[in-house]
Design a protein around this ligand. Sequence first.
Ligand code: XIL
Length: 393
Amino acid sequence: MIPPINRRRFLRLGLGAFASLGTVLGSRSILQKHKLSALDNPSRDFAITEWSPLRELAANKDIIFGASARFDQVMSDKQFAVLLAQECRLLVPEWELKWSAGDHHLRPSPGEFDFAAADAMLSFAQTHHLLFRGHALIWHESLPKWFQKVVNHQNAAKVMKHHIETVMGHYRGRMHSWDVVNEAIEYDPLASQRADGLRQTPWFEFLGPDYIDFAFRIAAKADPDALLVYNDFGLDYNTAMDKAKRRAVLGLLKRLKAKGTPVHALGIQAHLRGDSLDFDPQSLRQFLKEVAALDLKILITEMDVNDSKLPADIQKRDRIVAGVYEDYLSVVLDEPAVIAVITWGLSDRYTYLSEFFPRADHQPVRPLPLDTNLQPKLAWNALARAFQKAQKR
Ligand code: XIL
């Protein structure tokens, strides 16, 4: 119970707080409006001169365009499978070549390998003249439940070698590329206890920092024809975190190349954000130059544009998302070492962002080139324009 004398004071304080909250909220909505005007340029129409499948527009410049997909999407959604074959030159299983992901278990037990789903996807790829890409041999995520109970300091090297040799051996000679090691650098290298920013994953704990070199050397012997890729995310923006991540990844690649590790390419996942104001073409371009100077190829491996923080208006949202695709690709495709652009999913009908980054307004997310009805969106136009503008490799 508040004594009477203070009630007036409490009321004054309350009214004052309410008023300042109103100011804050008011200025926040002004800030949001300002941010949106910085993000959205209504005059951008993303007009295109040629309606050809993205795989052809990219191939005209010796660039590979592809997408990830899941077994059930390819095998059960005929409409989608047709578009995948029409638009893509490369297919990468979203789940089926991970140790265990979703309802697919490549490694059901320590002694078992179940290649059935990935084999069916490879067969689809071969039937439709798509290249096939493997993701991901050594990662700290998508590990089966038995991993933690079974793998230890004593057997980790043997387990890693057996996995890589068996899986790569099964697909030997039929793979465009493999993500040999995925996401070995800390999410936020600035918060890392290590100067090199390496994540202290189970593989790191059991085998030390050389686990990465070890994995690539096994992979090079297991399939000499496959392009061997180090894959990571958070390399795109001019934030302190992304700049630190670029430094750490570059440092890792330099160390690997210096010791003769058979790493052939950097995979930049490019999970982009529609609401970011931190994109700086020059710093990204410089990073690509420094990677290419290590005699490495570069693949954009998991591109999508997260629109969860963008306004509900679909026209605005699609225009902003397309602008991010076009602005980003005009920088990365300026680097001749960039040989592939792969989106993480092809259609909004199937995107992991629906689950991982749903919109607060519960509107369906729209991060990919095709909409849920498999129709091209402005993002499709943006990819087409970027391939048409790119120099031939
Ligand atoms: C994601 C899949 O899309 C999800 O379905 C799964 O639940 C988690 O993994 N970086 C990667 C991909 O390298 O393997 C991740 O894929 C997305 C982030």
